[in-house]
Design a protein around this ligand. Structure first.
Ligand SMILES: C[S@@+](CC[C@H](N)C(=O)[O-])C[C@H]1O[C@@H](n2cnc3c(N)ncnc32)[C@H](O)[C@@H]1O
Length: 896
């Protein structure tokens, strides 16, 4: 093996090296002309030599050694084994060795012609360069002579050993066989195959070339058309139609350029194609983004997909359900969302501080005892298994849970056992339970669904501590004083569920467009509260809300709603009527509240006695009366303080006026001209103290007092024919009335009492009239002493004539009128002067008149208050509406 693998040059025999060199040409010739070197099957150099030559190695070596210097001198010796044998014989040596060498080894495969994988060194090409030893002449000859066996025979003739002969024959045959059969076939096959492959390759190359050519042409055409169209477009925009036509037909320089550079265009890198619609572009779906999902769904339903469109594309998984459902119009379906465990918007579970979780109601204190007293009613259903306690179930309608005592169905058949269902669900995992606390931002904590809930399905129970109302009040006052959120819910039997310690339902927020409802159910004879899904059902991840129907009771407790829905009322609970109005002041809100209460009370008092007797009404009336009393007290206090202040001011004014009067008296003469007297009167009038308590005077002219029979001390109308009462019946403003009344408050004349005692005459007016003032001009008045009061008998002339009267009237400005109404009155007075004797106005008479007016007023006030029978606030309300009397009106305004 080692010899076979080793290169010929490395063979151990130096002689063989030499022979190689010498017989190179011959061997090459033989290999080319006759047979391939593979036909010689030596496994080693020595073997080959031995097989193909009769010369022994030793001989060869000897010969070689001898022939080193003259290699070509004895070529015969080298090539004719016969001669060698003869030489050996002649030398007297046995040719056993050479015989052995000739027989030596055989490559049986090669001999048999079965050696397919001939080593390269035996291939003809190899033999061209490297020879494995000289081929014996005879062998070469025999091989050259093609008919098999001929050469061999000749060789056999030369040989002396029949075994050798035979072997040589065999070898020649094998060589022949090999040359003629398999190797040649293989080579031919290989050549044939190669040729076929070459042909195929060439054909393919041609095809590719043709395709490439086509592509190039196509691309060229495209680019040309593009450039042409661009050019035509450009031309269209710029040129006239005719020009446009020409532009479209004639090649432009740009076209030419594009034609000239087709390769460049073609080599341009492709631009990326972006999706224009979205992830599922190319997927058929009837969807208009301008509409909502539900609207689109409706449209799709109304317009069924054409068969072709349906079959065009296999729907993506999320649409396949839709298509299937659309194929079946009877199928009811809802929007799809990913399961919560796949889509979980919150990364963590919320922990709420201070929340002690209870799973069911717990009675606190007296509530348990109170509860038992009021047993719940019972209900019974008569459903059949077919009904399954559906919508028509009596218990369901009454919000009673079915159980074995009130329902003939089994638990599996009955569908009206929500709390039992909830209990079962609560035993599962948190996704079965299906709710969790979330953070909402502005509204604090909230609750959201971790699964889908069917319409009207129970979600979670609102449970906590059941407390009495007293306990609730106590907790509100002392325990939850500083809290902002309350978890109290009005329950049954006047009890309250306080879920400060309770179920997760306590975190459910309010919404004006809720998706849930809080409903009371009776379960096993006991009331229980639970949150149920609304008619839409609940989607996974949706926040749960219900309408609190929050009753804030007072405006103080109104909470702003931040639910953010379209129909948000702005507040938790019902929207107040005056929600958008400006805020009331404290006083006005108190008064308005009191007014409302009074109206309620008055309304109830007007109603039937049964209503009045109801505890609620009684309570309300008590509240109203207490509120009224408070309001009354405050108003009275303020009024009295006002009065006091006015009184003080009046006194001061009076003092001032008297001083001025005195000064005036000193400076003016006793007899004044009419003009002068007018001035003086005006001056004196100005200095008169303004009687603030206008109600005194106004009350005196109240029409309740019979005019014909005046009561003692009562003021009476000046004149029947006078327009004064009718005028006064109008709503004279306080200021005006005050001015006009100041004249009425003038002190009585001393003569009045005597005259009235004798014969009460309509003429004898106790009022301060122009006439009475004129009477002050009488000489007797001079006798009167000057009092502290500003009124003093003024000497206005003694003439009693009508002229003088007129002049006096002209000059009589005792009542200084500034407005037209009072002017009217004055005119009337002037036109019809009283015939009563003129009496001087003294301090005493004035005092008396004031006192009597005061008394009358107080009496009338008492009467009117009694008639109404309520406090001032109520009085105001009623009076404003109904009574139009001047008195009351003024009283009211004065109080204000
Ligand atoms: C029963 S608790 C609800 C849970 C509460 N958010 C929390 O954090 O504990 C009721 C309180 O939540 C707040 N709230 C609930 N719904 C609201 C809403 N829509 N807008 C504003 N506040 C709301 C109010 O403060 C209310 O008093």
């Amino acid at each position: 093996m080692a010899g076979r693998n080793a290169s010929p040059a490395s063979t151990s025999s130096t002689a063989s090296n030499v022979t190689v060199r010498t017989d190179h040409h011959l061997a090459a010739r033989s290999s080319i002309s006759a047979s391939p070197p593979t036909s010689t099957p030596p496994t080693s150099h020595g073997d080959e030599a031995s097989v193909l030559s009769d010369a022994t190695k030793l001989d060869t070596v000897v010969e070689l050694h001898g022939d080193v210097s003259t290699p070509r001198a004895q070529p015969e010796a080298q090539t004719t084994p016969g001669s060698a044998a003869e030489a050996a014989k002649s030398e007297g040596r046995r040719s056993a060795r050479s015989t052995r060498a000739a027989v030596s080894t055989y490559n049986v495969q090669i001999l048999a012609g079965t050696a397919i994988h001939t080593p390269t060194k035996y291939l003809p090409k190899h033999h061209e360069n490297v020879l494995h030893g000289p081929l014996p002449k005879s062998a070469v000859h025999s091989l050259m002579a093609t008919p098999a066996g001929k050469g061999i025979k000749a060789e056999a003739d030369d040989s002396c050993d029949p075994a050798e002969e035979q072997l040589a024959t065999e070898a020649a045959e094998a060589a022949q066989r090999r040359r003629s059969s398999r190797v040649t076939d293989l080579r031919k096959d290989a050549f044939r195959n190669l040729a076929a492959a070459g042909d195929a390759m060439a054909q393919k190359g041609q095809e590719l070339l043709a395709a490439g050519k086509q592509k190039v042409q196509h691309a060229l055409r495209n680019t040309m058309s593009e450039s042409q169209s661009a050019a035509s477009q450009h031309a269209l925009t710029k040129s006239s139609p005719r020009k446009r036509a020409r532009a479209s037909t004639l090649p432009t320089p740009e076209d030419e350029r594009s034609e000239a550079e087709p390769q460049k265009e073609f080599l341009k890198p492709k631009t990326k194609q972006w999706l224009t619609q979205g992830l599922y572009v190319g997927q058929y779906r009837e969807f208009n983004p301008r509409f909502k999902e539900s609207q689109n769904r409706l449209r799709r339903k109304s317009k069924p997909i054409k068969e072709k469109e349906r079959d065009e594309v296999i729907p993506l998984p999320m649409f396949s359900g839709e298509q299937l459902l659309e194929a079946d119009p009877t199928a009811h379906w809802r929007d799809f969302k990913l399961p919560f465990d796949t889509y979980h918007p919150l990364p963590r579970k919320i922990k709420v501080d201070g929340w002690v979780q209870l799973r069911k109601n717990r009675f606190i204190g007296e509530s348990s005892a109170l509860w038992k007293r009021d047993k719940q009613d019972s209900s019974q259903c008569y459903c059949s298994p077919e009904d399954g306690c559906g919508e028509a179930c009596h218990n369901r309608i009454m919000s009673y849970e079915c159980d074995s005592t009130n329902c003939p169905l089994t638990a599996d058949e009955c569908t009206n056992r929500p709390f039992a269902q909830l209990k079962k669900r609560a035993k599962g995992n948190r996704y079965d339970y299906g709710v969790e606390v979330m953070e909402t931002g502005e509204r604090g904590y909230g609750v959201r669904a971790m699964r889908m809930f069917d319409p009207h399905q129970i979600i979670v129970e609102y449970a906590g501590e059941i407390i009495t109302q007293d306990e609730c009040e106590r907790r509100m006052k002392h325990v939850y004083k500083k809290d902002k959120c309350y978890y109290l819910m009005s329950f049954d039997n006047k009890m309250i569920i306080d879920a400060t310690r309770g179920t997760i339902a306590r975190f459910v927020n309010h919404s004006c467009e809720p998706n849930c409802e809080m409903i009371k159910w009776t379960v096993g004879g006991e009331p229980r509260m639970a949150l149920f899904a609304g008619s839409r059902g609940i989607m996974t991840g949706e926040e749960l809300t219900y309408d609190y129907n929050f009753d804030p009771f007072s405006s103080k407790n109104i909470q702003i709603c931040k639910c953010g829905t379209e129909s948000c009322r702005g507040v938790l609970g019902p929207k107040p009527k005056d929600w958008n109005r400006p805020k009331m002041t404290m006083t006005s809100s108190i008064v308005a509240g009191a007014k409302r209460k009074i109206q309620e009370v008055l309304g109830s008092s007007r109603g039937s006695s049964s209503v009045q007797n109801s505890p609620k009404k009684r309570k309300l009336s008590a509240i109203a009366s207490s509120a009224l009393t408070k309001a009354k007290n405050s108003i009275t206090e303020s009024a009295s303080s006002q009065d006091k202040a006015k009184q003080t001011a009046t006194e001061l004014e009076a003092q001032k006026a008297s001083r001025e009067n005195r000064a005036l008296r000193r400076s003016t003469s006793m007899t004044l001209t009419s003009r002068r007297s007018k001035v003086v009167h005006k001056a004196s009038r100005r200095s008169l103290p303004v009687l603030k308590s206008s109600r005194h005077t106004t009350v005196t002219i109240k029409h309740k007092t019979p005019r014909s029979v005046p009561r003692p001390g009562a003021l009476k109308p000046i004149n029947k024919s006078s327009r004064l009462p009718s005028i006064l019946q109008r709503n004279i403003p306080v200021s005006k009335a005050r001015k006009s009344s100041s004249s009425l408050k003038a002190p009585k004349t001393p003569a009045r009492s005597a005259r009235s005692a004798k014969s009460p005459s309509p003429d004898s007016s106790p009022n301060i009239t122009p006439a009475s003032l004129r009477s002050a001009n009488r000489p007797s008045a001079k006798k009167l002493k000057q009092s502290k009061l500003p009124f003093k008998a003024l000497n206005l002339g003694s003439s009693k004539s009508s002229k003088s009267t007129k002049s006096t009237a002209d000059s009589e400005p005792m009542v200084e009128n500034t407005d037209s109404e009072d002017d009217d009155i004055e005119e009337e007075f002037n036109a019809k002067p009283s015939r009563t004797p003129k009496r001087p106005v003294t301090a005493n008479s004035m005092r008396r008149a004031t006192a009597s007016a005061k008394k009358t007023f107080e009496r009338s006030v008492r009467t009117s208050t009694r008639a109404v029978g309520v406090g001032k606030a109520g009085l105001r309300g009623d009076l404003n509406e109904g009574v139009r009397g001047n008195t009351i009106r003024m009283l009211t305004e004065d109080d204000d």
